[in-house]
Design a binder for this molecule. Structure first.
Ligand code: F6P
Length: 324
């Protein structure tokens, strides 16, 4: 393989730039020509493809976002869109791809391979950490630390005003950010999609705290919780516990997607980027590079897409025990 391309797709994640850098520098080391596809699958369809070299990725390891920009492409979900993308890759002579992204990205790559036989190896880039086949995804650690910084600040004001705060963190289908923030932020409780926590249970936990003269409480809510988002949950709790309960809601939102990547994310991104590239050059395809138990492994896209990575029961239990 002499010409490959790299792209970022789906929600951006801090560390994606470190991953791009590792792929480009790795390609230079192995004597392979490398292109960057701008705006993910949309750029592939339009032929928005640029040559990259070692200098193009100087001074980006510490930057959040992605220099290649990102998108969620509706057109790539159609056969016509994928045909256009294939034609563009042919124009540039691109023989293989490294895709940095999440579930949607790898679903697209698998379909693309089945139709056009362009081999792709993935690097898991999403703040959600919801990909089977890797212990951690690129951007997760930074997102947790960003959210945690906000939780610590909110704790100060919650305590000063004797308030109950519901803090919503990202995670459409996943409670990884929520559970880690709850433990590291000393929250009273956490609500995540992977575990059913009823409004009654939260009410009981808060009441127990008040009985013990706790004056403020923090509940972390993953945006995808089955009881609803933090606004909805807070309203349900207020209805149950009475108007006198002084409740506030904070939704952290996209702040969690930006910022300087932590050392951990930069190292993980570099390892996964190089791992994905070298896998591709060795003939791997339709797989995602991941780090499990500190070993670099490759997991078929099919498994990363269809299998669930469960949140550890230990962590869920810990939140409850440590808040008593
Ligand atoms: O997948 C990452 C993520 O940040 C989710 O946690 C969140 O639900 C979603 O992306 C938000 O997507 P968008 O930026 O398109 O609103």
């Amino acid at each position: 393989m002499k010409k490959i391309a790299v792209f970022t797709s789906g929600g951006d994640a801090p560390g994606m730039n470190a991953c791009i850098r590792a792929i480009v520098r790795g390609a230079a080391y192995h004597g392979v020509e490398v292109f960057g596809i701008v705006r993910g699958y949309n750029g592939m369809i339009k032929g928005d493809i640029i040559p990259l070299n070692s200098q193009s990725v100087s001074n980006i390891i510490q930057r959040g976002g992605t220099i290649l920009k990102s998108a969620r492409s509706k057109e790539f979900m159609t056969t016509e869109g994928r045909q256009k993308a294939y034609n563009q890759l042919q124009e540039f002579g691109i023989e293989g791809l490294v895709a940095i992204g999440g579930n949607g990205t790898f679903t697209g790559a698998e379909i693309f391979y089945n139709e056009f036989k362009i081999p792709t190896v993935g690097a898991p880039g999403t703040i959600d950490n919801d990909l089977y086949g890797t212990d951690y995804t690129i951007g997760f650690d930074t997102a947790v630390n960003t959210a945690l910084d906000a939780v610590d600040k909110i704790r100060d004001t919650a305590d000063s005003h004797d308030r109950v705060f519901f803090i919503e963190v990202m995670g459409r289908d996943s409670g990884y950010i929520a559970i880690q923030c709850a433990i590291a932020g000393g929250a009273e409780s956490v609500m995540i999609p992977e575990n059913l926590t009823s409004v009654e249970e939260i009410t009981a936990i808060l009441q127990k705290g008040f009985d013990k003269k706790k004056s403020s409480s923090i509940v972390i809510v993953a945006e995808g919780d089955e009881e609803g988002n933090a606004q909805i949950v807070a309203k349900k709790i207020k209805d149950k516990m009475g108007e006198n309960l002084d409740i506030r809601v904070t939704t952290l939102g996209h702040i969690q997607r930006g910022g300087i990547p932590t050392a951990s994310d930069r190292i993980l991104a570099s390892r996964l980027g190089l791992g994905a590239l070298e896998g591709l050059l060795r003939g791997e395809k339709n797989v995602m590079a991941g780090v499990v138990n500190n070993q670099l492994i490759y997991t078929p896209f099919h498994d990363t897409i269809t299998k669930k990575k469960p949140v550890s029961e230990d962590l869920i239990r810990m939140v409850e025990i440590l808040s008593t």
